[in-house]
Design a protein around this ligand. Structure first.
Ligand code: OXD
Ligand code: MN
Length: 603
């Protein structure tokens, strides 16, 4: 069943609607087809205005979809409690529906498009009875940019509408960009009955279509983010010669006043938002070091007319993890979420303010937990869901880059890969060249924590942090990365970092957070040819005296421990990479197989 065949001739749209100016004929016809299928009681066409936001917020509050927080302490802030069965992305329910299984590749779940449409049509049929269908036009990327993508999301969730209003450029701005074209991503979403056994997030790259059913969670339901900007985006990037990446973008200004831009890919729970918003340690701030955020989750990267890699953030908001965020770990995030933010699944204090584990203030004597139950510190459970989130406009981040809104993006000097690894991986290493760098990214992994799985030290391979987000065959994705090199003059340098290495007592060897700027300082020095490095079997590594440890409690010996190469552990590391190589089989580019052989022989 093709998406344009969804109209069932026997049914008619339940409510005739007046279509506001700005929606073109293609949009109108498609909305009508979807309304015929989903049978909403009414259709609301969003214009993205402040008045509309105020009215929809009022409605959401009156329907208890949003709970108004204390407006003196947290102006414009609301709390949303999700269904407890719907608090995270569901990778096992996420499908890439390409004509052949091979083009989705062995790391993605696959369904044949015709089967997926037929099955989902059954889910969506009548799913919006008694509800309103909201028509949400949105823009990912900057108005006027050739890379910008327009989507229209149809949803029955007011939480989704209000969140899309923060996370994207939503409303008329998107329609103006679309004009009378048909080239918008058709995003159909219904929370349905919110049943985990009837939850499907399906992508149809060839149809420029996303159908998501049965979940209201951000990554499953705000379809501009992971679904469009990464899965459909990476597919388009492969077709059109650019990259859609799960990366932060930041500018680092040194005491000379020179700003250098870097991107970084880290799997979830490795501190990507914290790094993107890093606050320099006082001694470095006094010297003139400064950080500017361009993005904390997604980077679209293309090669400009001079052969330079440039990156831009297609989003307009942050959807950040709340627990552990405080004035010490991330003061910029605290400022960004202080107003006009939607909090999901945090705790509510008696004074109407939000609280979470890792808040600046201690646990309240009593409060209401994320599920709406009374909670005290003796309850024996957390007050906040570990994946509770804030949604806030990027412009509220005090460290926002003045270039965040520049459609041409920023030139990238370094790409940083990283994971959470207690052993083996050093604090920082630089790749020998682009191909070696792609290999470091392809072999990236992160350890599961004891809290999450009961098994510490189990490495999940997450190539370039894209395992859940690559919209096509991972082997073809690696080949696409490798092929970029010939068009880059010169390619950015590639680094691998690991903030999480521990000593024999399980203590972190490196303090992390703002102190990570010291490692960025070396990365910048390398980019600008200001510092030498030591050639090791795994890549270029800093001479200890070239890392600025002034004012840090850790000494040179500890730093060297964080950098040590344990050859035996590396050989084991290489053998555990085998699994991914075997899984990708013949799709794995020969160059990466060769890099692995070379590393083995160097070891
Ligand atoms: C993620 C996110 O899951 O950004 O990676 O929400
Ligand atoms: Mn992410």
């Amino acid at each position: 069943m093709k998406r344009h065949d969804i109209l069932d001739a026997r049914s008619t749209m339940k409510t005739a609607t007046t279509i506001p100016a700005g929606f073109n004929e293609h949009a109108r016809r498609w909305v009508e087809e979807c309304a015929t299928l989903c049978q909403p009681d009414s259709v609301h066409w969003c214009d993205g205005s402040n008045e509309e936001r105020a009215e929809l917020t009022r409605q959401a509050a009156s329907q208890s979809i949003l709970i108004e927080l204390n407006q003196t302490a947290m102006p414009g802030c609301y709390l949303h409690r999700s269904n407890p069965n719907d608090t995270a992305r569901t990778e096992h329910c996420t499908f890439i529906c390409t004509p052949t299984k091979a083009s989705a590749g062995p790391t993605n779940n696959w369904m044949a498009p015709a089967d997926a449409y037929q099955m989902l049509r059954g889910c969506f049929a009548g799913s919006m009875r008694g509800r309103t269908m909201y028509v949400v036009p949105f823009l990912m990327g900057h108005p006027g940019s050739p890379l910008a993508k327009i989507g229209i999301e149809l949803t029955d969730s007011l939480y989704v509408v209000l969140s899309m209003g923060i996370m994207t450029r939503m409303g008329r701005i998107a329609l103006e960009e679309l004009g009378d074209r048909d080239t918008f991503t058709r995003c159909l979403h219904s929370v349905g009955e919110c049943d985990p056994n009837r939850r499907y997030i399906c992508h149809f790259p060839q149809d420029n279509t996303i159908w998501s059913y049965g979940s209201g969670y951000g990554g499953n339901a705000l379809l501009g983010k992971k679904c469009l900007s990464l899965r459909i985006g990476s597919y388009l990037g492969h077709e059109e010669g650019w990259l859609a990446e799960h990366m932060l973008i930041m500018g680092v200004t040194d005491p000379r006043g020179q700003t250098t831009y870097v991107t970084g890919a880290f799997p979830s729970a490795c501190g990507k938002t914290n790094l993107a918003m890093l606050t320099p340690p006082p001694s470095m701030a006094a010297d003139g070091w400064k950080i500017e955020t361009l993005g904390d989750d997604i980077a679209w990267m293309y090669i400009d007319g001079h052969g330079h890699l440039r990156a831009l953030n297609p989003e307009a908001g942050y959807f950040g993890v709340v627990p552990g965020t405080n004035r010490t770990t991330n003061p910029n995030a605290i400022e960004a979420m202080a107003r006009n933010a939607i909090y999901t699944n945090v705790a509510l204090r008696p004074d109407g303010t939000a609280w979470w584990e890792g808040h600046d203030e201690p646990a309240p004597a009593q409060c209401t937990d994320w599920t709406g139950q009374p909670w005290t510190p003796n309850s024996g459970r957390k007050a906040t869901h570990p994946n509770s989130r804030f949604t806030a406009p990027v412009t509220q981040n005090p460290a926002i880059s003045p270039l965040w809104d520049d459609p041409s993006g920023v030139p990238i000097s370094a790409i940083i890969f990283g994971g959470r690894r207690s052993k083996t991986l050093p604090l920082v290493v630089e790749a020998f060249n682009w191909t070696h760098g792609a290999y470091l990214g392809a072999m990236m992994g992160s350890e599961t924590t004891a809290a999450a799985s009961g098994q510490t030290g189990v490495v999940r391979r997450d190539p370039m942090a894209m395992l859940p987000f690559c919209g096509y065959n991972m082997g073809a994705y690696f080949a696409h990365w490798l092929s970029m090199q010939k068009r880059l003059a010169p390619p950015p340098r590639i680094f691998h970092v690991n903030w999480f290495r521990t000593d024999e007592h399980g203590k972190f060897l490196w303090p992390g957070f703002g102190e990570n700027l010291r490692i960025l300082q070396w990365i910048l020095d390398r980019c600008h040819g200001r510092v030498d490095a030591v050639k090791t079997p795994i890549g270029w590594m800093p001479q200890p005296e070239d890392i600025n440890l002034d004012g840090l409690e850790i000494d040179r010996a500890r730093f060297e421990q964080a950098q040590a190469i344990d050859r035996e552990a590396w050989r084991k590391e290489l053998s555990t990479q085998e699994e991914l190589f075997v899984k990708l089989g013949g799709d794995m580019p020969k160059e990466l197989l060769f890099e692995r052989e070379l590393l083995l022989s160097r070891l």
